[in-house]
Write a protein that binds this ligand. Structure first.
Ligand SMILES: Cc1cc2nc3c(=O)[nH]c(=O)nc-3n(C[C@H](O)[C@H](O)[C@H](O)COP(=O)(O)OP(=O)(O)OC[C@H]3O[C@@H](n4cnc5c(N)ncnc54)[C@H](O)[C@@H]3O)c2cc1C
Length: 490
């Protein structure tokens, strides 16, 4: 099928104004939020903007006839290259599928189209006493479809769980263009948990066209406190002690000094400029419980060395404390023209030494590194500042990234807490999975998408067929053994 024929057929489904094919229009779709260098850009043949499930299915069938791959796209805020059409083909953009279809306060559910922006759902239910709990820092822009595909996290996921814990059912267009419903949308909770398989599958198994989400009641009392520390070590110890005391804050975030330098002059969030790190601690629940936990946290933080701890006394102050955290990435432009935000996880108990190790790695690479992250979950976000026009800067960042990933895996952690694997980290998968593990995952992909047409070149290491993956794993294992112990496996 020629491009002209493809565009004509797509226009027949979604309308001529909802198909992009000119180079200037396609350029916008070559990227997502990831760093060029860590992730390649790629241009699709065409972008289609359907308005409902039927149109998505018809677009998929046209792409199938043309032999072209399909990549779904939400807001393009992803940080691992997921929405980039790595092998060209057709991008299905969800911008027009942005309606909240039904709200049911009795069942505490909302049925939404995938292009609904995360925060807009909670705004939609304002006044009802309910909200949508998963709150990625990108929530003003990112879509619920993108959140589902990446199994997004956020500050409040410490207590409430990540996206998968809030998805009750899906309507999905499969790679052959058929439509299926899962979970509560299929009225069948028995059998295989297909919702669970599709959430977090990075757009590689199906395109979500309707999403049934759980609505969470807003607690009687919400309190946000700030605790300032003179070292990252003290702040991380406090994180561990709070959780070990049996308290589960709604959110427990760390913001380091470099981030404070970027944020405070712009947003005046109230973070002390001289703190090595601040913890933002949100408690919610019944008034008595919040007060009791707050008193205990106060004592723990003082024992761990806080020199300033205070609770917001108004809604405005509470929102300001959060604004500093949630707008931190936007403020980084004050410090450097470019940044690379990493996403790895370590057990909470290993936070202090891992933060020190990340500092050692980035300092050794001549990079400034900010730390602003979901401390309660052990979900690190080392943010390396650089200027890509400086010769060798991108290479230094990528080399430091490699070492950070290594250090986190060595500490018992893993590759990604919430940003997904995409193309960014796919070649790191053999660090944490055996060839057999990857082959099992490849089997799931094959069952849904035998021709590999949905979002190809993502998640699995290059050449993911079982034999090749196993060979790659063995080669990596040999490398690691010889580096660490001088052992050369026979
Ligand atoms: C400033 C900033 C802060 C961020 N903070 C967080 C954070 O706190 N927590 C977090 O988890 N992430 C965070 N992210 C990353 C990103 O916002 C999330 O991954 C988000 O879920 C992506 O949503 P999106 O709509 O932008 O999806 P996109 O980037 O457009 O797509 C992401 C993936 O989802 C797939 N996809 C999109 N829609 C569908 C669909 N309907 N069906 C199937 N697959 C689909 C795409 O193919 C792609 O693989 C942040 C990003 C930025 C830029």
């Amino acid at each position: 099928m020629t491009t002209e024929e493809l565009v004509r057929r797509l226009a027949g489904v979604v309308g001529a104004g909802n198909v992009y094919h000119r180079p200037a229009d396609l350029m916008v779709y070559e990227y997502d939020g990831s760093v060029e260098g860590a992730v390649d850009t790629a241009r699709p043949a065409a972008v289609a903007l359907p308005k409902d499930t039927d149109e998505v299915a018809r677009v998929v069938r046209i792409a199938n006839e043309a032999g072209l791959p399909v990549t779904a796209r939400g807001a393009g805020t992803g940080l691992s290259g997921g929405a980039v059409a790595q092998r060209g083909g057709v991008i299905i953009a969800m911008s027009r599928m942005d309606r909240v279809l039904e709200i049911d306060y009795v069942d505490r559910t909302a049925l939404v189209q995938p292009g609904v922006v995360n925060l807009e759902l909670s705004e939609f239910t304002t006044g009802s006493g309910y909200f949508f709990a998963p709150d990625p820092s990108s929530q003003k822009v990112s879509t619920i479809g993108g959140n589902v595909a990446e199994n997004a996290g956020g500050p409040h996921c410490l207590k409430y769980g990540v996206t998968t814990n809030h998805i009750l059912g899906l309507e999905v267009v499969l790679p052959d263009g058929t439509v299926t419903r899962t979970g509560a949308l299929a009225r069948g909770q028995s059998g295989y948990d297909l919702t669970g398989i599709i959430v977090g599958s990075e757009g590689m198994l199906g395109i979500a066209t309707q999403i049934l989400v759980r609505l969470t009641p807003i607690a009687e009392r919400i309190q946000v406190s700030l605790a300032a520390f003179r070292s990252l070590d003290d702040a991380s110890h406090a994180v561990g002690q709070i959780i070990a005391a049996g308290i589960l804050p709604a959110a427990l975030e760390m913001v380091d000094n470099l981030t404070i330098q970027a944020v405070e002059p712009v947003y005046h969030a109230g973070y002390p400029m001289d703190a090595a790190a601040v913890l933002l601690i949100e408690l919610d629940g019944l008034v008595e419980d919040v007060e009791a936990d707050a008193a205990e946290i106060d004592a723990i933080c003082r024992r761990c060395g806080t020199y300033d701890i205070r609770a917001a006394t108004s809604l405005a102050e509470r929102e300001l404390l959060w604004k500093g955290r949630k707008m931190a990435l936007a403020a980084m432009g004050r410090l450097a023209p470019n940044y690379y935000l990493h996403d790895t996880v370590v057990p909470r108990s290993r936070l202090p030494q891992t933060l020190r190790e990340v500092e050692r790695i980035t300092r050794g690479a001549g990079l400034r590194c900010a730390q602003v992250f979901h401390a309660g979950d052990g979900n690190l976000h080392p943010l390396m500042l650089f200027d890509r026009t400086e010769p060798g800067a991108v290479e230094r960042v990528l080399s430091a990234s490699h070492d950070i990933i290594h250090a986190c895996v060595e500490a018992g952690g893993t590759l990604s807490g919430e940003h997904g694997i995409g193309t960014e980290k796919r070649n790191y998968l053999p660090f944490v999975y055996t060839g057999e593990d990857l082959a099992a995952m490849a089997g799931v992909k094959h069952a849904f998408d035998p021709r590999g047409m949905f979002n190809p070149e993502k998640v699995f290491p290059s050449g993911y067929r079982c034999g090749e993956v196993r060979a790659m794993h063995n080669q990596l294992r040999a490398q690691r053994l010889s580096q660490r112990y001088g052992i050369v496996p026979v």
